[in-house]
Design a protein around this ligand. Structure first.
Ligand code: SAM
Length: 280
């Protein structure tokens, strides 16, 4: 079953949370020259025109990235938000907000000649869109299963590895499968930095992911959750979660500062919480 298409949700509050965290992590990694392999296990299309039928239908970006875009003059004083919004402005075709870039674009944009990028996408249509996009030569697009591809490709030839795992969680079992794949991958690449996104839904299925990682013995897992409403008040997704395994030093403060600007724009009840899920 592959019915999920990210185009319906592109640029929503969860994308903002996920891609700001990713941007902050890449910033830290780029402080050193040594080469990095990035692996994006669930890449999606890459670039989403906001007037596309699917994206315009739900218009989730209006309650997400559009709020930051409208308020960008007041956000530029935060270094992370200022840089992120400048990058977002660069990808626009005109002077307004007309496209939202997905993870392949955020990763490819900052790829240096010594780095590598592997983008996995299983959906034939989504892979087709991704394959049609202009990306640097050291970015490989692979039509296949991202978790299996991740494990098969380890260890990597570069000194550093950064992995983004961002599934659609269409199946209940995916939470446990992600935990198992992360545990296996970390055995093969102990120093890898991994970012794992998960939705906060009333059923609380993300707990299988979090508990699976903790009970599997993984250490140094930092958790960031952005909630639009307290649990129980929304029928659908009420929040967005990110786990960062082996987070770079100082990430939590940078993100906390940025989220203090972002939260009020996303809603009165919007809150950000950053803490250690499992300490060192
Ligand atoms: N990471 C993207 C971003 O930030 O722009 C969004 C990804 S979207 C949440 C999840 C994507 O995973 C969908 O495009 C879906 O087709 C794809 N997908 C689903 N199962 C997959 C699998 N087993 N391996 C690779 N991709 C998969």
């Amino acid at each position: 079953m592959l019915s999920y298409q990210h185009a319906y949700h592109a640029g929503n509050f969860a994308d903002v949370h996920k891609h700001l965290t990713l941007y902050a992590v890449i910033d830290h990694l780029l402080r050193k020259d040594s080469a990095i392999t990035y692996i994006d296990t669930h890449a999606g299309r890459g670039l989403y025109p906001l007037d596309a039928e699917e994206t315009a239908r739900l218009g989730e970006y209006r309650q997400g990235v559009a709020r930051l875009w409208q308020g960008r003059a007041g956000l530029a004083e935060d270094p992370l938000l200022g840089a992120w919004l400048a990058a977002l402005a660069d990808v626009q075709a005109g002077s307004g907000l007309d496209r939202y870039p997905g993870s392949p674009w955020w990763l490819a944009r900052r790829l240096r000649p010594q780095d590598r990028l592997r983008l996995f996408e299983l959906h034939p249509g989504e892979h087709g869109h991704l394959a049609g996009q202009e990306l640097p030569e050291n970015a490989r697009r692979i039509h296949g299963d991202g978790l299996a591809g991740l494990l098969k490709g380890l260890p990597v030839s570069t000194p550093r590895l950064c992995v983004l795992i961002d599934p659609s969680y269409e199946r209940k079992a995916e939470y446990g499968e992600v935990a198992e794949a992360v545990l296996q991958a970390m055995r093969k690449a102990r120093h890898a930095l991994m970012l794992i996104w998960y939705p906060l839904l009333p059923a609380g299925r993300h707990r299988a992911l979090l508990e699976g990682l903790r009970d599997g013995g993984l250490r140094k897992i930092w958790r960031s959750e952005l909630t639009l409403a307290p649990p129980g008040e929304e029928d659908g997704m009420y929040g967005s979660g990110m786990l960062v395994v082996n987070p770079p030093w100082g990430l939590e403060l940078r993100l906390e500062d940025a989220m203090a600007f972002v939260s009020p724009l996303l809603g009165e009840a919007c809150r950000h919480r950053g803490d250690w899920w499992v300490e060192e």
